[in-house]
Design a protein around this ligand. Sequence first.
Ligand SMILES: CCCCCCCC(=O)SCCNC(=O)CCNC(=O)[C@H](O)C(C)(C)COP(=O)(O)OP(=O)(O)OC[C@H]1O[C@@H](n2cnc3c(N)ncnc32)[C@H](O)[C@@H]1OP(=O)(O)O
Length: 149
Amino acid sequence: MDALQDRYFADLPCFGCGPANEKGLRLKSYDEGDGTVVATFTPWPEHDNGAGFLNGGIIATVLDCHSGAAVTHKAFAHGWEPLGGALLPFVTAGIDVRYKRPAPLRDSVSLVATISAADESAITAEVRLEHDGKVRAEATALWKRWRPR
Ligand SMILES: CCCCCCCC(=O)SCCNC(=O)CCNC(=O)[C@H](O)C(C)(C)COP(=O)(O)OP(=O)(O)OC[C@H]1O[C@@H](n2cnc3c(N)ncnc32)[C@H](O)[C@@H]1OP(=O)(O)O
């Protein structure tokens, strides 16, 4: 099964999820076929938050980028493809992150996303980061249609 990032935007240089960014996190997300999109993220030692856990900015980045895979998958399913030569059909307009518990730095974590609302102007995703059966962080991400100018 191919990763959604490789299927939809193999040339994207995004730091979090761009397959084309050699120095990025290169997140890979997969359609589970049950309405969820999942990924596994393995932190780097450099992602320390100063207390031996995963940095909150990195958490926000992977939540954002993982939601982006789910949103892009949804957009293509509806035929809402990128406009004007853009690489992505939608971009993040807002993300509301809640850090519920410390997230580990030395273990892999799981990302799970679902789509809660979708029309051609905006798509909303619910996304969470889990480890050891507990939600470490969660977010609602609002994505809006991107029109290059
Ligand atoms: C000085 C420069 C610092 C730079 C920092 C950079 C900013 C960052 O990136 S920080 C990373 C992002 N933030 C986090 O990881 C915080 C995660 N959230 C939490 O730890 C908690 O929700 C917290 C502490 C904010 C509030 O906790 P509180 O409301 O008191 O609830 P509480 O029930 O005590 O704790 C919630 C859960 O966190 C766990 N927790 C709290 N503190 C700790 C700790 N020190 N170590 C391990 N687990 C902890 C609790 O065990 C509990 O988990 P569980 O429900 O499984 O028992």
